[in-house]
Design a binder for this molecule. Structure first.
Ligand code: IPE
Ligand code: IPE
Ligand code: MG
Length: 245
């Protein structure tokens, strides 16, 4: 497909929602939906990379998801280990660079080690940057960034947007150009609160395990049709104006 490169978002962020409902529709346990969700993610990374997207950030487990039944939480933590052992080599070979964003202090040692391995193995890759938000919350992120500045003893007048941004969990990426949420809910659910200030928002009823190349292309087509102004009166190129980007 011929594409205007300016219309391709540099950074796409996705709330991968709807796994449980996808499984329920098939009379299967919720875990089955999460498992299919991992496969959908791996396909999505490839599809984004093929389209020239440089950063993909996905919401895998929120700060609030600890409220779920213990069995589901245990299943999700176990799935991290399965996903890393099943897909890390393949993603690494394709040049994907993996980053984990979120509070690692609350996850098990095994999960922490798996994350470390994923980051270490792909640290020198130069392809698409896949940031997986796990035990992540937008509010947590703002607070942890503030804490870092305070711990450095920074005087109040030296705290500005750029400095705070540089201590946020996604400091390695520009702000998302396109924010996608699958699963039909029209809310942010404490994902990237600070970084979505000027993202284009796209909501779809598609349940995450069904999110495929056609769904991605529909989101990209919607994005290409948006006029971004960043507070100005005239349209501006996505890459040119994003604060923090
Ligand atoms: C998203 O799917 C994945 C996680 C939050 C871990 P859900 O588990 O929220 O699925 P639904 O929204 O209940 O269908
Ligand atoms: C957001 O989905 C979190 C992830 C997709 C990881 P939720 O299913 O937790 O969000 P709510 O509860 O519907 O707002
Ligand atoms: Mg949900």
């Amino acid at each position: 497909m011929q594409r205007d490169l300016n219309s391709i978002p540099r950074h796409v962020a996705i709330v991968m929602d709807g796994n449980g409902r996808w499984a329920k529709k098939r009379f299967m346990p919720r875990f089955f939906g999460h498992k299919q969700g991992v496969d959908a993610l791996v396909r999505c990374v490839q599809a984004c990379s093929d389209r020239g997207i440089q950063y993909l950030t996905v919401f895998a487990f929120s700060s609030e998801n600890w409220k779920r039944p213990e069995e589901e939480i245990t299943g999700l933590l176990g799935l991290v280990l399965v996903a890393v052992s099943k897909y890390l080599t393949k993603l690494a070979e394709k040049g994907v660079r993996i980053r984990i964003v979120g509070d690692r202090s609350a996850v098990t040692d095994k999960v922490r080690l798996a994350w470390d391995e994923a980051e270490r193995t792909t640290a020198h890759n130069s392809g698409i940057v896949l940031s997986v938000a796990f035990n992540y919350g937008g509010r947590w992120d703002v607070v942890q960034a503030c804490r870092q500045l305070v711990a450095q003893g920074l005087p109040a007048e030296q705290i500005d947007e750029a400095r705070l941004s540089s201590h946020m969990a996604l400091a390695h990426a520009p702000d998302p150009d396109l924010f996608i949420r699958t699963g039909g809910e029209v809310r942010i659910s404490n994902f990237l609160l600070w970084q979505v200030a000027y993202s284009e928002l796209y909501f779809t009823d598609c349940l995450w395990p069904d999110f495929d190349e056609a769904q991605l292309d529909a989101a990209l087509a919607a994005f290409a049709g948006r006029e971004r102004r960043f507070g100005d009166v005239k349209a501006r190129l996505p890459q040119a104006a994003a604060p923090g980007g």
